[in-house]
Design a protein around this ligand. Structure first.
Ligand SMILES: [Zn+2]
Length: 157
């Protein structure tokens, strides 16, 4: 019994040490995450890996706005990009086309009702260029961690 008691401080020290190591490891993990974290669109949309970056943003009425940004996220006026979105809703595929509206592109039509279906966003640098395709599910729920819509979430999960 006496021996056990004398071991207690040692056990406590070991526990504290372990906890400290775990916190340190967690911090290191955070750093690594930030390094790999993908950038989010400045207005809360999904930033696509195009040149310049295109931000895909779903408005409240389910129309879509596409804004272009430089690498350091400064707005770049729309040039001659062509964007097409294919919504693979349960009721069938819908093609959404865009038109120039000031410096940005606005969808001519709205996305189908609901969410949870896949989107394919095609971006052409100019009308005759090969398209870059971005496929992701449309999830309009808000992410608890980054407070962005899930389709534009910038967390690592
Ligand atoms: Zn998130």
């Amino acid at each position: 019994m006496k021996r056990n008691l004398s071991l207690l401080p040692l056990a406590a020290a070991l526990c504290a040490g372990l906890a400290f190591t775990m916190i340190a490891a967690e911090k290191a993990g955070d750093k690594a995450e930030h390094k790999h974290e993908h950038k989010g669109g400045p207005t809360g949309g999904r930033l696509l890996e195009t040149e310049p970056h295109a931000e895909f943003f779903v408005e409240k009425d389910k129309s879509i706005t596409v804004t272009f940004y430089s690498d350091d996220l400064k707005p770049v006026p729309f040039a001659e990009q062509v964007v097409t979105v294919i919504a693979e809703a349960k009721a069938g595929k819908t093609k959404v086309e865009f038109e120039k509206s000031g410096d940005v592109l606005k969808s001519k039509t709205k996305l189908p009702e609901g969410d949870g279906y896949n989107l394919v966003v095609q971006v052409r640098a100019k009308p005759d260029a090969k398209p870059q395709n971005f496929r992701f599910p449309l999830d309009l729920k808000t992410c608890d961690e980054c407070q962005r819509a899930e389709y534009a979430c910038i967390c690592e999960h």
